[in-house]
Design a protein around this ligand. Structure first.
Ligand code: PEP
Ligand code: MG
Length: 589
């Protein structure tokens, strides 16, 4: 029976696929005792599920080739052995026959017993094998609850999987995407988390805070997810699937329109040029940024180079990555941000402290870089070497004092001297800017701005730190409000301070790519936006529709407003300064 669940859309796009539940322990366990007459049929159900689980493992084993065949093959063999274990099977049958447990409850009992045995072992390796038990029993549970119709399974067999779980770490997302996962549904999380930001780069539709997903979706259910609406449709109908097909056609159409805009400037109706830059994490973002005519890269998050691995990337490896980024942008400016590890961007390299009570307020961004100067020097050298291949600027995250910037500047000058002395060609001058994402930096900006070459406002963090609301906590989503008067005033103040000092100011938080805020940001004086490249077309259309002169004049009403109602009213007046083109007329011929 079709039903829908809602959450928050975190990465746009739709995906149709089989649900793969991440937590097999959450399978619904039927605790009702069996009647004598049901014992036989329950034993048959269990046997069918065991046969299916074994067949799945055998099929998986067959598919393995190359480097995976050996390593992963061993795991699968171990799982097959557990499944074939006589004692396990006899124990399950006894629980059903004698204990009158239903198959799912019997599986859970066996799982709990075996896990207890492994947990009592001294040997840490053997202790960790309890995970194998979880995987194996989870697979049988999944086979047991698979009740989808034959047609549905036929369709599902042709499409990939959609991960349904509680949380997913940024470092887990790339391998998931590489293994063909089509989308992600999470019961918690927020669209501002780094996992969500990365999902957008991976073009992996994602829904977060779908609280009921694990309780209502079963393994192998066919689901359709809509990352824009934040909607999961379980057992979609033909009509739903037609909507999905229409969306696929629309993607192609948008691609064509975008191609037309490549070389067309973004200019407000009254003639102000707006710069639309791209945020990038992955090579695919660079290709899309170029294809959609971005003015450059406004934010390159280097931490994603560090997330997939156990060792710190060498200077040479970082240099090659930055050089390819610069070359990929073909002479357009590229802003490379120094490492912003910490908080929810923990890595496997062991750089990040893992015993902090408050990681978001802890050793993150520049604080980490300055405690590990060798690491920062390595990165600065790699960026400086890349600066020989095209215009590069360096951006420093999580700045709260001018001394931090002085520390980075000192190491940057030293790295430049060393490189030149060793005969490297590097840019003559490289701009150094600060992310304004800690309220202290925004408030103290008048005293700092002359020492900075440019600034970039990181609203994702600025909002969280101004309002004391964790950007990743979906329970506080209603309080995470970019329209809070304190945020609006800080934004206006920061933009005005930079402009008065003749410094470029970009806004590179998620707000920049959200068309609901384009008029507002223009009204606050912003002209440089940096957003996910997939949003550039929307930004272009919205920017061109606005009358900036009128917006600037209206900004006073906005900044005077103190209540939510007053702000929404002011926003409406701002939106009236944007004249939407008729549908399809936005692209120039
Ligand atoms: C921000 O904080 O707005 C930002 C762009 O940086 P990140 O999302 O990587 O913290
Ligand atoms: Mg930030």
């Amino acid at each position: 029976m079709r039903f829908t669940l809602t959450g928050n859309g975190a990465a746009r796009g739709m995906a149709l696929g089989r649900a793969r539940l991440e937590q097999p322990s959450r399978y619904l366990i039927d605790e009702r005792p069996l009647a004598a007459a049901e014992v036989e049929s329950e034993l048959e159900r269990l046997t069918r599920a065991l046969v299916l689980a074994r067949a799945e493992l055998a099929a998986l084993r067959e598919k393995l080739t190359g480097v995976f065949a050996h390593e992963v093959g061993e795991f699968i063999d171990a799982h097959s052995l557990i499944l074939a274990d006589r004692e396990l099977n006899a124990g399950l049958a006894d629980l059903i026959k004698v204990g009158r447990y239903r198959a799912s409850a019997a599986l859970k009992m066996q799982r709990d017993r075996l896990v207890a045995v492994f947990e009592a072992m001294d040997d840490p390796y053997l202790r960790s094998r309890k995970e194998d038990i979880d995987h194996v029993i989870g697979r049988v549970q999944a086979a047991l609850v698979r009740e989808s119709s034959v047609e549905e399974r036929k369709l599902a067999a042709r499409v990939g999987e959609i991960l349904v779980g509680d949380t997913v770490a940024p470092s887990e997302l790339v391998p998931l995407a590489e293994h063909g996962v089509l989308g992600v549904v999470l019961t918690s999380g927020s669209p501002l988390s780094h996992s969500a930001i990365l999902a957008r780069s991976l073009r992996l539709p994602m829904i977060v805070a779908a609280h009921d997903a694990l309780a209502h979706i079963q393994d192998d259910d066919l689901i359709l997810i809509d990352g824009e609406r934040g909607e999961v449709t379980v057992h979609p109908t033909a009509q739903d699937i037609a909507r999905y097909r229409a969306w696929q056609r629309d993607v192609v159409q948008r691609g064509k329109r975008l191609a037309l805009l490549r070389d067309v400037e973004t200019r407000t109706r009254d003639g102000t040029t707006i710069q639309l830059y791209a945020n990038a994490e992955l090579p695919a973002d660079i290709a899309q940024a170029r294809a959609s005519g971005a003015a450059g890269v406004g934010l390159y998050r280097t931490e994603f180079l560090f997330l997939q691995r156990k060792e710190i990337p060498s200077e040479e490896e970082q240099f090659l990555a930055y050089r390819d980024l610069v070359l990929g942008m073909g002479g357009l400016p590229v802003t490379i941000r120094t490492l912003d590890l910490g908080a929810d961007k923990a890595d496997a390299t062991g750089i990040v402290l893992d015993d902090e009570d408050n990681p978001a307020l802890g050793v993150r961004g520049v604080r980490l870089s300055l405690r590990r100067p060798q690491l920062l020097i390595l990165q600065l050298r790699a960026i400086l070497r890349a600066s020989n291949y095209g215009p590069v600027r360096i951006l420093v995250p999580m700045v709260s004092t001018i001394e931090e910037m002085a520390g980075v500047r000192y190491l940057l000058d030293q790295a430049a001297r060393d490189l030149r002395a060793a005969g490297h060609e590097i840019a003559e001058h490289i701009e150094l800017g600060a992310m304004i994402e800690v309220p202290a930096a925004a408030i103290a900006l008048p005293g700092m701005i002359r020492k900075l070459d440019f600034i970039a406002i990181g609203t994702n963090d600025l909002v969280q730190y101004t309002l004391a609301v964790d950007r990743n906590n979906d329970h506080l989503a209603n309080l995470y409000d970019p329209l809070h008067p304190a945020v609006l005033r800080l934004l206006a103040f920061t933009i005005a301070t930079a402009r008065r000092a003749g410094r470029h100011v970009t806004l590179c938080g998620e707000m920049a790519g959200d068309v609901r805020y384009t008029c507002l940001l223009l009204a606050l004086g912003l002209t440089e936006f940096s957003m996910h490249p997939g949003l550039l077309l929307d930004g272009w259309e919205q920017g061109n529709a606005c009358d900036r002169g009128r917006l600037l004049a209206e900004s006073k009403t906005l900044l005077r407003a103190v209540t939510r109602e007053g702000i929404l009213h002011a926003l409406k007046r701002l939106e009236a300064c944007a004249e939407k083109p008729a549908d399809g007329a936005a692209a120039p011929a």
